[in-house]
Each structure stands twice: as structure tokens, then as C-alpha cells.
Design a protein around this ligand. Sequence first.
Ligand code: UT7
Length: 322
Amino acid sequence: MIYSRIIGTGSYLPEKIVTNADLEKIVDTNDEWIQSRSGIKERRIAADDQFTCDLAEQASLKAIEAAGIKSSDLDLIIVATTTPDQVFPSTACLLQQRLGIAGPPAFDVQAVCAGFLFAIDVADKFIKTGSARCALVVGAETFSRIIDWTDRTTCVLFGDGAGAVVLRAADEPGIYSTHLHSDGKYKDLLCVPVGVSRNFKQVNSGSAFTTMEGGEVFRWAVTAMSDIVDETLDANRMSRDDIDWLIPHQANIRIINAVGKRAKIPPEKVIVTVERHGNTSAASVPLALDEAVRDGRIKPGQNVLIEGFGGGFTWGSALVKM
Ligand code: UT7
């Protein structure tokens, strides 16, 4: 049996910090509301000349270095993003060129805030079936580009960033299991309602913006991300005590706390970055993973349950031995 194992992590945040006080100057909001309703204190926003692939490249270089491999060792590149640099080629192809690699498959997956989980699932299957031996999996977003900065109900919540992991084939886990779900009937609750094939003029004029029914999304995110903890543990005949760390998608501290409570994972085992990153969509989980690996909380051999939830709806998890 072949398994895939995370052998290196990396992440990158743009330099520009936007605090809640900064947002008070552009919309009718205040630090107290933002912190008490979401837990967010600040977020990073990409520079005007910085694009998703730039963020992905920086995160990838760090993951490659941490893995102790050369870019040429990679035989698969998957980028999870909802904010690609171009309509095509994929951000993964742009990243491949930056990394100086030619030949191996490179493609994007789009599952919004659950995108990294979908990308990990695909890469894991490539490795398990012997189609790849060393994969780069990235979650990267410039979500600020699809935010209406006059809409206080959304603009206070999101940020930009990227996280990456290198997966390599191994004789033992590694990734124990992955679990993915989607339900398109909730497509209107969290979306950008225009695209390339539909009302492209709005995209062209820079007014393709995220809309969200916050309360509904909140309830669904809590249910889906706590239920999938049970699904993941059951699939591996493990108990909560076998989990060293839970890394949920970082959208809102109240969602994270509610998931921990409902899933009966104590707060000291839950990694939280939302206060400094905001919601970075597909980047949120690999960013939090890299931070906790680098600051020494997550140690080799520990079991980490990562999970995401996003527009679609889409949701997923992976149970990983580091
Ligand atoms: O990545 C997955 C996608 N995203 C999420 O998971 C986010 C899910 N939803 C949420 O995180 C929360 O629902 C929000 C943070 C978006 C909102 O929190 P809430 O507790 O559901 O507040 P609410 O929407 O019920 O709004 C309460 C009030 C409203 O005023 P009224 O109608 O009660 O007078 C809003 O207009 O707060 C008002 N409000 C604000 N006030 C100050 C909404 N946004 C703001 C704001 N500043 N930025």
C-alpha cells in the first residue's frame, strides 16, 4: 500500500496589514462589532501589483525548502483557488513556470474555502495510485479582489494569503483518509453571482463581488464541520483522544468555537489564526498548518484533522499523521 505524507509546509502573507480601525474609515463598522461577531482583528491585503500566483510562489518555495527537495522532484502541482490570476492558463500552470518545471500535470481546483481539502484529496489519490510520487498542493487567494469594499457585511471578514504543502509517497500514513462533500442547492447563499460565461461585463468592470447570507452560512458551516469530524474518526476507527490538533477553516472564531464544542474537541487542541488572517478562503487551512508546524505546536508523528467549508456548499476533511 502506498500512502502520501506531508514532508514540508510553507505559507506567505502579503505585507499590507489592514486593521479594523482602518476599515472604520471606509465603511460604517467598528472594531468592537468585528471582533465580537467574527474574532478578526486584522487581515493582510495583496498589493495592487501582487496576484494569487505571486503569493502561491512564495508559499511553495518555503514548502519546497522545508521538504528538502528540489522543484524538479515534483511530479504534480495542484492549486486550490477561487481567485486565479487569469481565466486561463490555470494558476497551477503559471506557478509551474515560475518554479522552472516542465512536464508534470499542473491544474487548479475550485471549491472556494474548502478548496485545499479538495486539492489534498486529489493529490493523495494520485500518490496512492502510483500516478505521482511528489506533489505540491497549494491554497492561494487574493479574495480582496472579489470583495465589495463598500459592503460592511462582507468586507470586514476576508483577507489574502497562501499556504502550501509537499506530499511524498511513503510506506505508511501520512494521510489516513480524506472526505469530501458538496451540495449545490445552497449555491445562492454564498457566491459571486457572475463569471466568465455569465454577465462577464461585471467581471470586466471589477464589480464581481462576493455575496453571503451570513447567518445561514454560519449554521451550515458549524453543522458540516462538526459532523465531518465524526465521519473522519469513524472511517479510521479512532476516537477524539487520538486527535492532537484540529485545524478548521478560519472564517469566524464563533464558528471555530462552536465546531470544537459540538465535535467535543477542547479549545487547546484547536489551531486559530482568524484573528490575524481573517478568512483567506482556500489558503486558510494550509496557512494555519504551516504556522503551527513552524512555531513547534504541531510535532512529527502527531495526528492533525484539517477541515474546510465553503461556497457551493462544499466541505471536506483530511486526517493526517505529520
Ligand atoms: O468561509 C465560509 C464563508 N463564511 C462564513 O463562514 C461566514 C459565516 N457567517 C458569519 O461569520 C456571521 O454570520 C457574520 C460575521 C457574517 C455576521 O454575524 P451575525 O452574528 O450573523 O450578525 P448578523 O448578520 O445577524 O448582523 C447583525 C447586525 C445587523 O444589523 P441589524 O439588521 O440587526 O440592525 C447587520 O446589519 O450587525 C450589522 N452588521 C454590522 N454592523 C457593524 C453587519 N455587518 C456589520 C459590520 N459592522 N461590519
